[in-house]
Design a protein around this ligand. Structure first.
Ligand code: SAH
Length: 394
């Protein structure tokens, strides 16, 4: 990582303002000058008059050619830089998230933490590293070294790069025990850091799951898109009666059942269905079933701007059919993790769904992502998670 003579790239148009304000992405078509640079080259971006704007790393293939690491012309991109960033990340998590009851959290949330494209999740002392740009791969060893320096007692580091094999690969340290058990607000979860979805667990719903624990007492619960039972366990710990977990991923559903046992909860009165939510909701409706709480936490719908309208229509349809299963005075918990669907758009989708289903709803809680998934204010793309709790009042 040398900065001795960084290649300078010039902005094509006057785009210096949003970048100086903190937007960390510079698209290829925003650059006037192009150089034949290798992935990961540290470059200085200048405005039309040759003045320094930002320093970042180069990706020759992606639409985002440069991701900004610093706006300070005097800041070198070296191992001390990485250590400083990681220390700051760790301080925030220690202050607000990690503790005796929670040992799994996101340590680095890419753009939101000033390390664009870098995701690092910590699970009971094991780190999972996910790099979202080819421009980061040459820096992986430096990142791993900085991570070991910054987090004392780290037991092992696993790579889950989008750009490489889907399966994780142990980079340094020990292979985690099987199962690796993490703690989230005192609840235990077995996680698979090598093969599980995302980096193993959906850490971003931690606070919503805890909220469900508070609300589920005495209720029958239908947890749709339940993965390994995050919401289900919390509902059961909060005193829910029967909890039904539905997910297409059969391995995840099997793990959900094990997670009940792990928490001292007898899985016998509960159901674990490896099934499609759409057809399950249809069948339950035909059978006239109702639940005191229905949870919807579907995967992201729209990866591109074009798909946004389709995503909103998808949310409306899903929420409309699921609402039919909520009993009077029951709770409806509905989430969207699609960044391109704003909180307002998602709210409108639920409103249309409620009208179409002929039900009246009160909004009780609105939640967004927790502080280990911070949002850089100038980077609206980072504001992705919405979680609303409604009560059916008709
Ligand atoms: N609520 C979970 C996270 C859910 S992520 C938690 O707290 O951990 C979304 C889940 O939806 C994934 O586990 C995926 O396997 C599942 N999924 C995607 N499409 C589905 C479908 N049509 N029917 C059922 N599950 C589906």
């Amino acid at each position: 990582m040398s900065n001795a003579a960084n290649v300078r790239l010039t902005l094509a148009r006057d785009l210096a303002r949003p970048i100086r304000a903190g937007h960390p992405w510079i698209y290829r078509n925003a650059l006037a000058s192009h150089a034949d640079l290798p992935a990961g080259a540290v470059v200085d971006v200048t405005d039309g008059r040759g003045r320094f704007v930002a320093r970042g790393y180069y990706d020759p293939k992606a639409a985002v050619a440069v991701r900004v690491l610093t706006l300070d012309a005097d800041e070198r991109i070296d191992s001390a830089f990485l250590r400083r960033r990681l220390h700051s990340c760790l301080e925030l998590r220690r202050a607000l998230v990690a503790g005796d009851e929670t040992n799994a959290f996101r340590l680095v949330h890419g753009e939101g933490d000033g390390l664009p494209g870098v995701i690092i999740d910590l699970y009971a002392g094991y780190a999972v590293l996910k790099l979202y740009s080819a421009g980061l791969l040459p820096h992986r060893d430096s990142l791993v070294r900085a991570l070991r320096d910054a987090v004392p007692g780290l037991k092992g580091i696993i790579a889950r790069d989008d750009l490489k094999a889907e399966k994780g690969e142990l980079l340094v340290g020990d292979t985690p025990p099987d199962p690796l058990v993490i703690l989230e607000n005192g609840a235990k979860f077995a996680v698979d850091l090598f093969g599980g979805q995302k980096t193993g667990f959906f850490l971003d719903q931690r606070e919503s799951r805890f909220l469900v624990r508070r609300l589920a007492s005495g209720k029958s619960v239908l947890n749709c898109f339940g993965y390994t039972g995050g919401f289900s366990i919390n509902a059961a710990l909060g005193g829910a009666g029967r909890v039904v977990t539905v997910d297409l991923d059969a391995d995840a559903v099997a793990l959900a059942r094990r997670n009940f046992t792990l928490n001292g909860l007898d899985p016998a009165p509960h159901d674990f269905w490896a099934a499609d939510v759409g057809s399950t909701v249809k069948r339950l409706t035909e059978q006239g079933e109702k639940f005191g709480m229905v949870i919807l936490d579907p995967p992201a719908y729209a990866k591109s701007q074009k798909a946004v309208d389709a995503a909103v229509a998808g949310y409306t349809a899903l929420n409309r059919t699921a609402l039919a299963l909520v009993e009077k005075d029951g709770l409806f918990c509905t989430a969207s993790c699609t960044a391109r669907v704003s909180a307002e758009d998602f709210f409108s989708a639920v409103k249309s769904a409620a009208s179409a289903a002929g039900v009246r709803l009160q909004l009780l809680f609105q939640r967004f992502q927790p502080p280990d998934h911070p949002i850089a204010l100038q980077f609206p793309e980072g504001r992705y998670l919405k979680f609303f709790v409604f009560r059916r009042v008709d």
